[in-house]
Design a protein around this ligand. Structure first.
Ligand SMILES: Nc1ncnc2c1ncn2[C@@H]1O[C@H](COP(=O)(O)OP(=O)(O)OP(=O)(O)O)[C@@H](O)[C@H]1O
Ligand SMILES: [Mg+2]
Length: 210
């Protein structure tokens, strides 16, 4: 079983969008996939419910209740954990314990980048992160690559001690798909090809580290 934690204390950075997209990717790839929803808003749970009828369904587990770990079926191959806004490193301990890798979405603005620094510092205190036993990858999310702000933000992120493992464009595709319980991985269309390609470096990094 491989577990990927998607986390950032910053609200609205794209945790649920990344979590649901990743879960769909693994489910479409034929893996028995679970999405642990550690956020009381339960956006990811609703997304799972909307695709419950598909062959590529993802099992939602409420990660806010006691002993949530025991509800993960033994034959699960991939676990994605969607975490709540406001949670710092310590708050995430039970989820970090299970994680093989952490993805941290960051929006391309100074406010978001600066707000993510204390979160990363709190993660850096974790023993496994300290020992470099838990890889952390940043994902620049909602990029508008043609804008100066996006380009500057990407440059700024690249100077950090954590690697930027992917860049996802700002596109209504994510907004529309999540509302339907779908993802960019559920369709084989020319229009979505470039968005699927955005994921290639992230998936390659995950393959290498977990
Ligand atoms: N790449 C993207 N392109 C366009 N819209 C996006 C993208 N990523 C996320 N969004 C939108 O931004 C908003 C916030 O995204 P999301 O809910 O995934 O963030 P979050 O970090 O889970 O938020 P919260 O902290 O409230 O849990 C949503 O409306 C989502 O549809
Ligand atoms: Mg969320």
């Amino acid at each position: 079983m491989r577990t990927i934690l998607v986390a950032s204390s910053k609200g609205g950075a794209g945790k649920s969008t990344l979590s649901t997209s990743l879960a769909a990717h693994f489910a479409v790839d034929g893996k028995r996939t679970v999405l642990v929803d550690a956020d009381k808003q339960h956006s990811s749970t609703r997304w799972c419910e909307k695709r419950a009828h598909l062959d590529t369904a993802v099992l939602p587990i409420d990660g806010t209740v006691k002993n949530w770990q025991k509800q993960i079926p033994e034959n699960t191959q991939v676990v994605i954990i969607d975490s709540p806004a406001g949670a710092m490193g310590d708050d995430l301990d039970p989820y970090i314990e299970l994680a093989d890798a952490v993805l941290v979405p960051v929006l391309p603005s100074m406010i978001d980048i600066e707000a993510t620094v204390p979160f990363l510092n709190s993660m850096a205190k974790n023993a496994r992160v300290k020992k470099k036993k838990l890889p952390i990858g940043l994902v620049s999310n909602r990029l508008k690559p043609w804008t100066n702000a996006s380009q500057q933000a990407v440059e700024q992120l690249k100077s950090w001690p954590y690697s930027v493992v992917g860049e996802l464009r700002d596109t209504q595709a994510y907004v529309l798909m999540v509302a339907l319980g779908k993802s960019v991985f559920d369709y084989n269309s020319e229009q979505l090809r470039s968005h699927q390609e955005d994921w290639a470096p992230i998936l390659k990094w995950l393959k290498k580290v977990i």
